[in-house]
Write a protein that binds this ligand. Structure first.
Ligand code: ARG
Length: 460
């Protein structure tokens, strides 16, 4: 079997080496990027006079054929195809003969693989950011649909204060807005061409790294050839952005799981986005939400895995770097599937706003409004807190309903008791960014503006 390095070797590779060494099974999905990088490289070789125009034309033609074969599945992979770069070059050489044998002039798989993976990452991150934006649109649409419905807001998972359901849904939307920013920031930093760095030191040939960077649509070219071939920061950043996005999806998942229990009963799951039990006929399970929660673990694992791989590596390229692709591909695939499924699940959730209101309208949820009532008539907050706390304790001890106790209290009275009427407390959250209808109306507008800004960044 002919390897790329057969000149220096007498024997061929052992089976175990090959099984461990080959990256073709996973890096073949970068074939478009590999062909694109080769096209730019060949055009550059012709421009600087290292390849004749006729040879360049025949290599470009062979690259077209190779790409078409890879796209339609007719490409005949050989045992010697260690990775996608080897496979493409081998086929181009079969098709273009001598001209094909000039393709790798001034290039190494080290700058080639970094180029391919950056191109792949650029496209994928933009794509995923688009899916996150679609999910945010779903959250915004559901928030509009439920108008001024309210539910208990929680701290420590204990009912704390009522909040608009729209406010709760948009809280997740804003976290996702930061995820989109992070994905696109990571994308911007990945947007640097490493092509022309060679194996590690550049070349004695008159290559034009600036030209290939422009040809491939990169925003810039590398500044340092050693850094160009050994830098995987862009993969780590992508994995971090995906892991944190995964954590946000997990938290949404966890709430759907809780809210769909008989105990909460805030949401009903659509048949298309829930599963049954093989034994218990009455069950309807939130598997998608549980998987959103479960997949976060694997995304975090990919991030810590790659950081660990990188931490001990001397400059420049080391084969350890081949370990960058599987976590990245898997993280992207995982996030894509999770986003699509969770989006569908949230789009079709039955939102039981009557159940939510019922849970939110316990007079205890408005206790802080009583304290704030006292504050407006001059009582220091600490004192007001103690007064209301004592009333709550009396009510819980069975000395009367909180409403009756408030009416009877001379510091509070009927005017304060009116604050405990269902639905009143949430309307009084009027401060900017707060949970009541007034600030939420402003927030809805700002969220729509945020989505528009994201959309234009995505379009750019
Ligand atoms: N398959 C390799 C990778 O993914 C390509 C680079 C190989 N370079 C080398 N010097 N062996 O990293």
């Amino acid at each position: 079997m002919a390897t790329l390095w057969h000149g220096r070797f007498e024997g061929g590779p052992g089976e175990a080496l090959q099984a461990l060494n080959d990256s073709l099974p996973f890096d073949r999905r970068m074939y478009r990027e590999d062909v694109a990088g080769s096209r730019a490289h060949v055009r550059m070789l012709a421009r600087v006079g290292l390849m004749s125009d006729a040879d360049a034309a025949s290599v470009l033609h062979a690259l077209d054929t190779t790409e078409a074969e890879l796209a339609d599945g007719s490409f005949d992979f050989q045992l010697s195809d260690e990775d996608i770069h080897t496979a493409v070059e081998r086929r181009v050489t079969e098709l273009a003969g001598d001209a094909g044998a000039r393709l790798h002039t001034g290039r190494s798989r080290n700058d080639q693989v970094a180029t391919d993976l950056r191109l792949w990452t650029l496209r994928e991150l933009a794509d995923l950011a688009g899916l996150v934006t679609a999910f945010q649109n779903t959250l915004a649409a559901r928030a509009d649909e439920v108008g001024e419905a309210h539910l208990p807001g929680y701290t420590h998972l204990q009912q704390a204060q009522p909040v608009l359901l729209a406010h709760h849904l948009l809280a997740h939307g804003w976290a996702l807005a930061r995820d989109v920013d992070r994905l696109l920031d990571a994308r911007d930093r990945a947007d640097v061409s490493p092509l022309g760095a060679g194996a590690l030191a550049g070349s004695s040939l008159p290559l034009d790294p600036d030209g290939v960077a422009v040809d491939l649509g990169f925003a810039a070219r590398f500044e340092n050839s050693l850094d160009a071939v050994s830098d995987r920061d862009f993969v780590v950043e992508a994995l971090f952005a995906l892991a944190l996005l995964g954590v946000h999806l997990s938290r949404i998942g966890e709430e759907i799981i809780l809210w769909s229990t008989a105990e909460f009963g805030y949401v009903g799951l659509d048949d298309a986005f829930s599963t049954g039990s093989s034994m218990l006929p009455q069950k309807k399970n939130p598997d998608i939400a549980e998987l959103a929660r479960g997949k976060a673990g694997r995304l975090i694992g990919h991030l810590t895995g790659l950081l660990t791989t990188l931490k001990g590596l001397p400059l420049a390229y080391n084969k350890d770097l081949q370990e960058d692709k599987e976590p990245l591909f898997d993280a992207c695939d995982t996030v894509r599937l999770t986003l699509l499924a969770l989006d569908g699940m949230v789009s079709t959730l039955e939102l039981r706003t009557d159940r939510m209101a019922e849970a939110a309208d316990s007079p205890y949820s408005a206790a802080v409004d009583l304290a704030e009532f006292l504050v407006t008539s001059g009582t220091p907050f600490r004192e007001a807190h103690a007064v209301v706390g004592a009333l709550v304790r009396s009510a819980l001890a069975g000395e009367g309903s909180l409403v009756d106790l408030v009416v009877a209290d001379e510091r509070l009275g009927p005017e304060a008791a009116a604050l405990l009427v269902p639905g009143v407390a949430v309307r009084r959250r009027t401060t900017p960014g707060g949970a009541g209808p007034e600030p939420v109306a402003v927030q809805r507008k700002r969220f729509a503006e945020q989505l528009a800004a994201q959309q234009s960044r995505l379009g750019a």
